[in-house]
Design a protein around this ligand. Structure first.
Ligand code: SF4
Length: 432
């Protein structure tokens, strides 16, 4: 039997899809090749934007049409946030949410036995613990492995449907993380990215902290680089910055969630920091790590309800001032069930896309300027996708993409390079 996964959304989703795939493989299934028909089709959905919901529905329709005999599964954030709507999708034979992922295989078997549709979307509860899934020891395309260490979010940002889809903060105990890291190291992975829904909240339910987790993870032999997923700026405390700076394996690329560079917009978004506080955290990290020894990447939402041209301009200026290496720009997506859905001053789609484009251009200039400051310096690169027998792409610890000719090397090798010019989204590197 063959199973095929279609994963939308964040790295946490990717990790969960890999874990579910491992589960199927343990029971004798094989992953279907790209062009190969499968017996089971699973979409692990994302509901951050309404576009994500639409993509899941479209994919299910197509799979049912092209493979009428196959079993189709809709799982993840979409059914969890909008259970009635998801349960009513006729093209899904099995519908589950973000709980009980470990049962997806079992539900498929039940469906194959009885032919009866399974709708099992269980609500999240206070005090629930982290759901252990099959440890993931292989990733389809990466030499970097994404390790899920946290789930859920206790915050209530006005635009975000995620707390509804993911429930309260639950942290994965280090012993379980260690087992996965050891398996990944044994499988040849050198870099791991610790991910979560609200990663900065890691540990609050189990008496630990993200900083401690990084320190503990650094003790695992074979893992050479540890990177973090998205962080909340207000949770980067002085002690954390000082302790992280002492962890040699820590990649000092801080993906600090911004969302807006204007304090008034941030207030309406119900974010818990001001633009000035955000800037102070960035400045302190730069001071502790040293100039050129850390980088900042972020997410920004444009076209939030009530965002005036002045507020948007303030965000553009802020992005320039912070010197981000990368900015992911998202047009505001109006999600049912969130406070921002009913906020006055909704911005039309055309203006949102104009602002997305404008901020994207600012971000690209800032990125090129940051890359220029690195020209001529040396950095370690983890070789990833081979472009030819000797040419590789890869990333530095600061997350600068590099193209380098490295004869005799293979994906997963760490090499020292001198960084050259930044062109067309990548930096040219020369192996030392
Ligand atoms: S911190 Fe805010 S934006 Fe992030 S997942 Fe939680 S509610 Fe959503």
């Amino acid at each position: 039997m063959k199973v095929s996964f279609y994963t939308l959304g964040c790295k946490v989703n990717q990790n969960e899809s890999n874990a579910m795939l491992e589960d199927f493989c343990r029971h004798g299934y094989l992953p279907a090749g790209e062009e190969e028909p499968a017996d089971v089709y699973v979409v692990n959905s994302c509901t951050v934007t309404s576009n994500g919901d639409q993509k899941s529905r479209k994919w299910l329709r197509r799979m049912k049409r092209e493979h009428p005999g196959a079993v189709t599964v809709l799982t993840g954030c979409y059914p969890q946030a909008f259970p009635q709507e998801a349960a009513a999708i006729p093209e899904a034979d099995i519908v589950t949410g973000t709980t009980q992922r470990s049962k997806v295989y079992e539900y498929v078997e039940r469906f194959l036995r009885t032919g009866e549709r399974v709708v099992a979307i269980e609500g999240h509860t206070r005090g629930e613990t982290f759901e252990e899934l099959s440890p993931v020891s292989r990733f389809a395309e990466h030499t970097r492995a994404f390790v899920k260490v946290e789930d859920g979010c206790d915050r209530r940002c006005a635009y975000c449907v995620i707390p509804r889809a993911r429930g309260p903060v639950r942290s994965r105990p280090f012993e379980s993380v260690r087992r996965e890291l050891e398996a990944l190291a044994a499988a040849g992975y050198r870099e791991v990215v610790l991910t979560g829904i609200n990663l900065s909240s890691y540990g609050k339910d189990i008496g630990s902290s993200l900083t401690r987790l990084v320190e503990e993870s650094a003790t695992v032999e074979g893992i050479r680089r540890i990177r973090l997923g998205s962080l909340e700026p207000d949770l980067m405390k002085e002690e954390d910055i000082l302790r992280l700076a002492k962890v040699e394996k820590f990649c000092p690329q801080f993906h600090l969630s911004l969302q807006s560079g204007c304090t008034d917009t941030l207030r309406r978004m119900r974010r818990v920091y001001t633009a000035q506080e955000y800037a102070a955290v960035v400045a302190r990290i730069r001071e502790v790590f040293g100039p050129g020894r850390c980088s900042f990447t972020t997410d920004v939402i444009v076209g939030f309800p009530g965002e005036t041209q002045e507020e948007f301009d303030a965000t553009c200026r802020f992005v320039e001032e912070m010197g981000f290496l990368k900015v992911h720009v998202f047009p505001f997506s109006r999600r049912r069930g969130t406070p921002a859905y009913d906020f006055p001053g909704q911005i039309c789609e055309r203006d949102k896309s104009l602002r997305s484009r404008a901020l994207g251009e600012v971000a690209e200039k800032v990125r090129a300027a940051q890359a220029k400051t690195m020209e001529g310096t040396t950095a370690q690169v983890l070789l990833e996708t081979p472009l030819s027998a000797t040419l590789f792409t890869g990333y530095t610890p600061l997350y600068l993409p590099v193209v380098v000719s490295a004869p005799g090397h293979k994906p997963g090798d760490l090499v020292q390079v001198r960084l050259g010019r930044y062109e067309e989204g990548r930096c040219k590197g020369e192996i030392l």
